[in-house]
Design a protein. Structure first.
Length: 583
């Protein structure tokens, strides 16, 4: 009842306002949850793109000879064998990922930025009127502040947002080219098209919009149901209140007349029979053996018995029915002891009466029996039963609302799981890997060592170009499955990017990871495919406390991976070893 009064004060008799509030609360809750999730996911995606660009630039910087780089000072050198040899690894890196638009090197002279190496073919392939290739010592007038700062300070960094120059709009990563003495010989830049950047963000925003649409539909549906239920409850409660008031008035009137009757009995027992017959409710008297003794005409009419059949028969046998609590025998015991029974509930399954029973005294003051007054409360009881049904329906509606909230929570959990999983392979994505890397490092600091295994599919781009992206996707999934096989439940496997995978392996003595990597190589080599034998190259590095940063162990494993590539592929190279073992 307190809850009902609160609802009445807030919404009055308006089911529409109640439904609107429910829908608004649900939608606002869903909106806030999704906005927070989208903001976190968008930030993670941007950081992932910037980190990948910086990493690719750092890899590119390692393949540029700083001493040879300093010898290129004239555009006429672009036709030389030395120039072709210098740009060959950059061209290979540029072609390894379809998202990479340009790879180039720059130097800083007198505060101005000049291009040096660029593996891009000459010509205007995109039809924008600008030569796609930059040339030796061509001034880069649109150089961003981030690029100039990276050149001056020797920073490995990336652009926080897309920028536009004569070649288009891009997001870039930069890494310094360092000489053996640590001085800066130049800088490598890696560009990806802003269109690729925007498409990744747009996919995330589309998922959020779809989630908001579903949340809005659910909120409107639940709000509509809540409003309908609220309107139904209000109508039924008004009807029940009206009937209850009528019954209360009838009961008050009956009690008033009964009181008058009791006073009349006290004033004159001689008029008892006349007054008894004139009462507007059924009345009966019984003796000490609970046998019927007297009744009025209304009792004959209401309970449907005849005078001949009822006289001196037990009350329970004549009336039938039952009490909700107690019995006719218990009623007789109370009256025999001089007590009274007020409003005992009696029913014959169709009708409901309140029985009040009081003792009758003989000439000497002894208890000679008792009198029963029956008040018909059938309509009131039916109204109360109906109210109970409506309250149960309201409870059911509340349970449905809770189920809807639980469904929304499950949807949010699924969104969070999608944000942590690579959609193609079903493995953990790079974001999840980096989170788990921090956990592994914390455990390693307490004595639980681990190693990082970096794996890359050999000749994947050539296979992808020859057989198509569907074949490439198939191989990525199959290789992902194969790489799982040698791992234990405590190890972590993730898709690091493109055709590259990364595993975090519990390795207390620093030896187990190499054996696991070799089993990985053999397992992948035995995958049956219609595209010929598939091989991978692997780099292994054990974590040590002397490493400069959390990502140093991954970088060293990646360096070992590229050493395996340079040594002929299809082999495992451990960081610090000069050679790896091939198949």
């Amino acid at each position: 009842m307190k809850f009902q009064r609160v609802l009445d004060r807030l919404f009055g008799r308006s089911p529409v306002a109640f439904g609107i509030l429910i829908a608004a609360v649900l939608f606002i809750g869903a909106l806030c949850s999704m906005l927070v999730l989208h903001r976190v996911s968008e930030h993670a995606l941007k950081e992932n793109i910037r980190t990948n660009l910086k990493r690719v630039a750092e890899v590119a910087a390692t393949v540029v000879d700083p001493e040879e780089h300093a010898t290129f000072t004239s555009r006429s050198q672009e036709t030389s064998l030395e120039y072709e040899r210098a740009i060959a690894p950059l061209r290979k890196l540029q072609g390894s990922d379809k998202d990479i638009a340009f790879v180039y090197t720059c130097v800083l002279r007198d505060g101005k930025v000049y291009f040096v190496l660029d593996p891009t073919e000459e010509g205007d392939s995109d039809g924008d009127g600008v030569d796609d290739k930059s040339h030796i010592m061509q001034e880069y007038e649109e150089a961003s502040d981030v690029m100039v700062r990276a050149l001056r300070e020797g920073l490995a960094t990336s652009d926080p947002e897309p920028y536009t120059d004569r070649w288009g709009t891009f997001v870039s990563g930069y890494a310094p080219i360092r000489r053996e003495d640590g001085s800066i010989a130049g800088m490598v830049g890696v560009d990806i098209s802003a269109e690729t950047y925007v498409q990744r963000l747009a996919a995330m925003r589309s998922a959020m919009h779809q989630g908001l649409t579903v949340a809005a539909i659910l909120a409107l549906t639940v709000g509509l149901l809540g409003g309908l239920m609220r309107g139904s409850v209000l109508r039924q409660r008004e009807e029940a209140d009206r009937k209850e008031n009528e019954h209360r008035e009838q009961l008050a009137s009956a009690y008033e007349r009964l009181e008058l009757a009791y006073q009349a009995v006290e004033l004159s027992r001689k008029r008892f029979s006349q007054l008894f017959e004139g009462l507007p409710v059924p009345c009966l008297t019984f003796d000490n053996q609970l046998h019927l003794f007297e009744w009025n005409a209304l009792a004959l009419d209401v309970f449907g018995f005849s005078a001949e059949d009822a006289l001196q028969r037990p009350v329970a046998e004549v009336l039938g029915g039952s009490f909700e609590e107690g019995s006719f025998d218990r009623l007789a015991e109370i009256v025999a002891a001089g007590g009274s029974v007020n409003e005992a509930c009696w029913t014959d399954s169709k009708r409901h009466f309140l029985f009040s029973c009081h003792p009758l005294f003989g000439p000497s003051g002894e208890i000679a029996g008792g009198i029963i007054v029956a008040v018909d409360v059938t309509r009131q009881q039916l109204a109360e039963d109906q109210v109970r049904v409506q309250l149960q329906e309201l409870k059911t509606a509340h349970e449905l609302l809770n189920e809807a909230n639980e469904g929304l929570l499950r949807a949010n959990e699924q969104l969070e799981e999608l944000a942590a999983t690579d959609s193609l392979t079903g493995l953990a994505n790079k974001r999840t890997l980096m989170e788990r890397l921090s956990e592994f490092i914390e455990l390693a600091k307490r004595g639980q060592g681990f190693s990082v295994i970096m794996a890359d599919i050999d000749h994947f781009k050539a296979l992808n170009d020859e057989h198509g992206h569907l074949a490439g996707d198939f191989l990525l999934r199959e290789v992902g499955k194969a790489l799982r096989i040698p791992l234990r439940h405590v190890d972590i496997l993730a898709r690091y990017g493109g055709e590259e995978f990364c595993a975090l392996v519990r390795d207390p003595d620093g030896k187990a990871a190499t054996a696991i990597a070799e089993r990985m190589r053999q397992t992948v080599q035995s995958i049956p495919t219609e595209y010929g034998q598939i091989t991978i190259s692997l780099g292994v590095c054990a974590w040590s406390p002397e490493m400069e940063s959390d990502t140093t162990v991954i970088e060293k494993a990646d360096d070992a991976l590229y050493q395996a590539k340079r040594a002929g592929r299809n082999r495992v190279v451990r960081a610090g070893d000069p050679f790896g073992e091939a198949a």
